[in-house]
Write a protein that binds this ligand. Structure first.
Ligand SMILES: [Cu+2]
Length: 225
């Protein structure tokens, strides 16, 4: 055995032990990743189990049973003493975080503020995994469950852009003095979220001025706490 052979032997041994240690490290890495995945999965599991599964059915529609009631009304400009300025009362409201809420909106407004035919704001929505809204998706109008209102029948909306919440409110039909809309949802993130009406119910040529343009009338804040 000459120097070259010894050198060759050393190189071979080094190469195999090196690749062994790399292989070992990869295995160790995989085992650690697996362990992290298991722990993370368990944590996620325990988080989602804080929401009773019986409250979420039909792809996320919450049951209104046991939900916290929050009541709003929409009055006309005549009623609030500012003709042409319809108003949400109250315009600032709060809801509990991570709990089902039934929002009831009683509107006395029989005027429409039609949306353009292609507008998506006639559809009820309320699902945004990024912000943790658990739903929405349907609303009731005088007790009937619906998922959209024809754009030509819209009077107002309560829209929370950051949470992808959209609650269309139809005009009060003739022969009735009010219309009642309910919307059941849950927000899993604390914060102060601006809501607004997206139907052109204000003043000016486009209907976007006045009440539409003024916080406290057709726009305000929902606090989740
Ligand atoms: Cu409005």
């Amino acid at each position: 055995m000459g120097w070259k052979d010894l050198w060759q032997l050393w190189e071979t041994w080094r190469a195999t032990s090196l690749s062994r240690s790399i292989r070992f490290n990869i295995l160790l890495g995989r085992a650690l990743l697996g362990l992290i995945a298991v722990i993370f999965g368990a944590a996620l599991g325990s988080c989602s189990s804080s929401t009773p599964s019986s409250q979420i059915a039909n792809g996320g529609v919450l049951s209104s049973q046991g939900a916290t009631p929050v009541n709003l009304k929409i009055v006309t400009g005549k009623m609030d003493g500012h003709p042409g300025w319809p108003e949400y009362q109250p315009s600032n409201f709060s809801i509990p975080v991570d709990k089902p809420v039934v929002l009831t909106i009683v509107s006395y407004d029989d005027g429409t503020a039609p949306l353009p035919p292609a507008s998506p704001w006639g559809m009820v929505s309320g699902y945004n995994p990024a912000n943790g809204v658990v739903l929405g998706g349907t609303e009731t109008v005088d007790g009937n469950q619906i998922t959209s209102i024809p754009n030509s029948d819209i009077s107002h909306t309560l829209t929370v852009p950051r949470l992808l919440i959209n609650i269309p409110i139809p005009a009060v039909p003739s022969g009735k003095s009010s219309i009642t809309v309910t919307y059941t949802f849950m927000v899993k993130e604390k914060g102060t979220f601006r809501w607004l009406c997206v139907a052109p119910c204000g003043s000016g040529a486009l209907g976007m001025g006045g009440a539409m343009d003024t916080t406290g009338w057709m726009t305000g804040f929902m606090e989740v706490k």
